[in-house]
Design a protein. Structure first.
Length: 220
């Protein structure tokens, strides 16, 4: 059976969402981020990204990691692409090489052109941290940098309901999970109505809701 290492309050959410979409059975080992613990090295600390046992599986010390029929795979977006290709060709996964290439393209675009700045918005904007003037400047700069990639998304989604193949695919799932980090930042999202509508449609899917419930059920 597929094993997912990582709590759902992490990028493991992407894999959990995909498994719920496709009814892929899995077991989950709740490895938690070391930075969320007071003392990750304490003898009684829960299994975490610095635990020697986990580092044997993931030298990078990052969740998620999956084990799938002997394959050990890190990088959340590589994991979802792999599982979609394996379990649902022509559905969530690619029907052919061209779709495969486009799903890879959008996933890399999410990870490289959107995720870093979207994470800045998630961590510095809103309630997670009291905003200093310096934080506000970082948030504003991240929001400005996101205008260009979000404009690319907006142009595409104004013409198409989905990123690839006119159906919901792993490309939408991967991108939606990254854009979610910026979702609470109205000065940005307000400029991109087609992106906001597409994101809402992705999040209205029962499998997303089930994943979101699983996240909420975990300690904050
Ligand atoms: N690019 C990687 C990033 C993995 C990553 O940074 N994961 C975070 C949690 S979402 C982590 O494990 N951090 C561990 C730590 O900082 O202790 C992916 O998409 O899987």
């Amino acid at each position: 059976m597929l094993t997912i290492h990582g709590v759902t309050r992490s990028r493991a959410s992407r894999i959990v969402w995909l498994c719920f979409e496709l009814d892929i059975p899995f077991r989950q080992i709740p490895v938690i981020q070391a930075y969320r613990l007071g003392d990750a090295d304490a003898a009684d600390a829960p299994l975490n990204t610095r635990s020697p046992e986990f580092l044997k599986l993931s030298p990078a010390g990052a969740i998620p990691v999956i084990e799938d029929d002997g394959l050990v795979l890190a990088e959340s977006l590589a994991c979802t692409l792999h599982l979609a290709r394996k379990h649902d060709r022509g559905g969530l996964g690619p029907a052919d090489e061209a779709e495969d290439a486009l799903m890879t393209q959008w996933s890399f675009f999410a990870a490289t052109s959107i995720e870093p700045d979207a994470l800045t918005l998630l961590f510095l904007h809103g309630s997670r941290r009291v905003q200093s003037g310096e934080d506000a400047a970082l948030v504003s700069a991240a929001g400005e940098r996101l205008i260009r990639p979000m404009t690319v998304m907006e142009s595409h989604l104004a013409e198409h309901r989905h990123l690839v193949g006119d159906r919901f695919t792993v490309a939408d799932l991967n991108m939606a999970e990254v854009v979610r980090y910026a979702q609470g930042y109205a000065p940005l999202m307000g400029q991109f109505p087609a992106v906001a509508a597409w994101l809402q449609a992705c999040q209205d899917r029962p499998a997303f809701r089930k994943m979101a419930e699983a996240r909420l059920a975990e300690p904050a």
